[in-house]
Ligand binder design. Structure first.
Ligand SMILES: CC(C)(COP(=O)(O)OP(=O)(O)OC[C@H]1O[C@@H](n2cnc3c(N)ncnc32)[C@H](O)[C@@H]1OP(=O)(O)O)[C@@H](O)C(=O)NCCC(=O)NCCS
Length: 145
């Protein structure tokens, strides 16, 4: 049976491993992940099933904005609605804390994620040339709550 629960610092190692499985380039360092897990304005959820922790989402409250900082589902567990569930939970959490809109950035070549976010009602608000450290452009996306 699958369970979603809030992540804690005790999930640090498994979250860093999951980042490596999900992202070829964009990975958070252990220090940055620790900072996020300890940050009172951030909320993280892990999704686990019989295979262990296979997905996570990290969100931050920035005033009236709820920001999706990271979302990853391990290969082999994709296209089963896991990201959709995590996003719905994250949006609810941000709304509870007063967010009027959701924001995120996604690489312009990340078709799977762009399609996911569009399917959830996110719209592209602008392009951000060379947003990532390796030179890839990003799209800023937004969804009113
Ligand atoms: C993007 C990602 C989070 C999607 O996770 P997921 O659990 O597979 O997504 P879902 O099953 O909830 O997909 C919901 C919808 O999004 C769209 N979608 C998701 N992956 C897609 C793909 N590879 N191709 C086309 N559409 C896709 C579809 O509309 C899908 O609905 P459908 O399966 O009924 O057609 C996952 O592919 C991933 O972890 N990728 C690597 C990390 C990453 O890029 N994270 C986002 C960073 S901004």
């Amino acid at each position: 049976m699958a369970v979603i629960r809030k992540a804690t610092l005790s999930d640090l190692e498994v979250l860093c491993t999951l980042e490596k499985r999900c992202f070829e380039k964009k990975r958070f360092s252990e220090d940055h992940m620790t900072w996020l897990l300890e940050n009172p304005d951030a909320t993280s959820y892990v999704y686990y099933n019989e295979a262990g922790i296979v997905a996570s989402i990290i969100l931050m409250r920035l005033g009236r904005i709820g920001k999706v900082v990271s979302l990853g589902v391990a290969p082999g567990h994709r296209r089963r609605g896991i990201a959709t569930q995590l996003m719905a939970l994250g949006e609810r959490e941000m709304k509870t804390h007063g967010a009027a809109s959701m924001r995120l950035e996604v690489g312009t070549t990340n078709d799977a994620a762009i399609m996911l976010y569009e399917s959830l009602g996110y719209e592209i608000v602008r392009e951000m040339p060379r947003y990532y450290s390796w030179g890839e452009d990003a799209l800023a996306m937004k969804k009113p709550m």
